[in-house]
Design a protein. Structure first.
Length: 222
């Protein structure tokens, strides 16, 4: 038996049940198949405008900056402005996401490199699959289109998010991801990001960038 089997056997002994109890198994499988929704916090609920406003407020409350743009050209220009405002080099590393590739960075004077980050990049660019209004959280999935290294290694993380992908609660984002990818082909990693990295482990003093980006800039395309 493996260590996992030993652990499960111990749990069964403590519960006084058997691994061959078909009635319990059927109840469990039925519960999973039904996938009944959990409690939905009221804070994120409302129409599109309310969700967007809540997302912005929550993201800004945890030190993320948020801007709104109307199209791809405006998004590229906004990102270039963010880099200049923080005296950062006009260079970005991003993945192979087609939505990001459509942004006209050449016109904004921003140099683009593609692929995973090795830790030497100052600026990373990602496209979120969704946002959660109740907490101002970005939801990103792993893959060549948006490497997870870009979420954590560059000092400055810029994320593009479509306004229509901002959901009220986490459960709505999870449902949308299941609809998009389908059972059995979900991405290997789902990253949920709320604000820039921070820690107060040392003398309870808040430090941004402790374990990841010190800045998070969110560009919402309306």
């Amino acid at each position: 038996m493996s260590a996992r089997d030993d652990i499960y056997a111990g749990i069964r002994r403590s519960l006084g049940v058997s691994a061959h109890d078909t009635a319990r198994r059927d109840v469990t499988l039925a519960r999973i198949a039904a996938a009944r929704p959990g409690i939905r916090p009221a804070r994120g609920e409302g129409g599109v405008d309310q969700r967007i406003a809540m997302f912005k407020a929550q993201a800004q409350s945890v030190a993320a900056s948020v801007s709104f743009v109307a199209d791809a050209g405006s998004a590229a220009a906004d990102i270039a402005t963010f880099l200049r405002a923080h005296n950062l080099p006009a260079r970005l590393r991003m993945g192979a996401d087609e939505r990001l590739a459509a942004l006209p960075f050449a016109a904004s004077g921003v140099e683009i490199s593609q692929g995973v980050s090795d830790g030497s990049d100052l600026n990373g660019l990602s496209h979120a699959e969704g946002g959660v209004a109740e907490t101002g959280t970005l939801v990103l999935v792993s893959g060549a289109h948006n490497p997870s290294t870009l979420n954590f290694l560059p000092d400055n993380h810029i994320v593009v998010l479509r306004a229509g992908d901002i959901a009220a609660v986490y459960e709505d984002v999870f449902a949308a991801l299941r609809d998009r990818f389908g059972k059995g082909v979900m991405p290997r990693t789902l990253n949920m990001i709320t604000g820039p990295s921070r820690s107060a482990d040392i003398e309870q003093k808040l430090l941004l960038g402790a374990h990841g980006p010190r800045r998070l800039h969110i560009v919402i395309m309306t």
